[in-house]
Write a new protein. Structure first.
Length: 375
């Protein structure tokens, strides 16, 4: 018990000191300055049964404080709830009905591919495409800041992990933890280092140079990927530098009021992230138990068995874990003491990962929006 709890403390010391400073949550867009010429941009929004949120998303895009030409394309991906009508009307907006899903494609990327085809027709001079989800409300200055970052630093992709909704009990318990885990898995500073091979992006907001995307083959090389944003990042980073940061004013309005909703969101792709490998699954579960559960377990065991050294090791591990979590909690305006709940969040995400593997073995695969991708 002492050895495993001590190992947990050592792992946290390593994560804090040598994992790209992921815990600082400090990769942010700055305010945009002026450019001599603002390039044309077209936004592409794949939308399937998003009538509740698509109107607000489109309105926020049409209200962008952007000096250059900016058009919006919505691909209504065979929705049954009136998504296309809810998108609204504007001379700068085109809404099309998506074609039936083609074999070998995931639904989202098939819709994006169709949106890019139309974007090439209505905005042939566009230099960038903004890929965004149908539940994202963009701050009025968001596009200007994205383009200024890309142009100023010659970046081929600029992506923001938008602020996720964090109001219900389960959102407060699990959403900041999700963002923390993502940063730990893909340290943003490493993603943003051209010399580092690590690549990641957040699919809710990705500004991509169209020339680079065409040179990489468009979205077809990743047409079957469920974790499409990180696949896109790897595709683009092979062509040039990229940047990933955290948003402060652009946010997702998607609600997760029940545990089952977050569970489904994670379970549909967690085992995909592990390459459908039993070895990777066992390793991940063991690592999660050691890293997140052993510190509080060590404290409890030390108190019961009267082993002061075990208590100190548990306190050291839990203390470093909580301190590392606080910057992400601050981003979400959460109380500092909430950092003590991270072991509970870690346990739930571990169970979701196991659930994802069980779903795969039962043939359910990555189900989303009424579609299932068993392979």
């Amino acid at each position: 018990m002492i050895a495993v709890t001590g190992l947990s403390a050592l792992i946290w010391l390593f994560l804090v000191l040598a994992r790209g400073g992921f815990w600082r949550a400090d990769q942010r867009l700055g305010r945009a300055g002026e450019l001599e010429r603002w390039p044309d941009v077209v936004a592409v929004i794949p939308a399937r049964n998003e009538a509740e949120t698509i109107g607000e998303t489109v309105s926020s895009l049409l209200a962008q404080d952007y000096p250059g030409d900016f058009r919006v394309v919505v691909v209504d991906d065979n929705s049954t709830d009136g998504t296309g009508r809810a998108a609204g009307l504007s001379s700068r907006l085109r809404v099309i009905s998506g074609r039936p899903l083609q074999d070998g494609w995931t639904g989202k990327l098939w819709a994006v591919n169709q949106g890019l085809e139309l974007a090439g027709e209505i905005a042939p001079d566009a230099e960038y495409v903004l890929l965004t989800d149908a539940d994202i409300t963009h701050d009025p200055g968001n596009l200007r800041e994205l383009v200024f970052k890309a142009e100023g630093e010659n970046l081929h992709l600029v992506s923001l992990m938008v602020k996720l909704r964090c109001q219900s009990f389960w959102e407060r318990l699990l959403i900041p933890a999700f963002v923390f885990f993502f940063q730990k898995l893909y340290p943003f500073a490493w993603v943003n280092d051209p010399a580092n091979r690590m690549a990641a992006a957040a699919g809710g907001c990705m500004l991509i140079r169209l020339d680079t995307l065409r040179r990489a083959g468009g979205v077809e090389p990743i047409r079957d990927r469920l974790i499409d944003d990180c696949a896109m990042a790897a595709l683009i980073k092979a062509e040039g530098p990229i940047w990933l940061g955290l948003a402060g004013r652009t946010f997702s309005s998607r609600r997760y009021t029940r545990l089952s909703e977050i569970w489904h969101m994670v379970a549909r792709t967690a085992f995909v992230q592990l390459d459908h490998s039993l070895f990777n699954l066992v390793g991940t579960v063991v690592a999660m138990v050691v890293i997140y559960l052993m510190p509080p377990t060590g404290i409890v065991a030390g108190l019961i068995l009267d082993v002061p050294g075990l208590i100190l090791l548990g306190v050291a591990g839990w203390g470093m874990m909580s301190a590392a979590y606080r910057p992400t909690l601050k981003l979400y305006a959460m109380p500092p003491l909430f950092a003590l709940t991270l072991p509970v969040s870690g346990l739930l995400y571990t169970l979701m990962t196991i659930s994802s593997a069980v779903r795969h073995w039962r043939g359910a695969g990555g189900a989303w929006k009424g579609r299932s991708y068993p392979k």
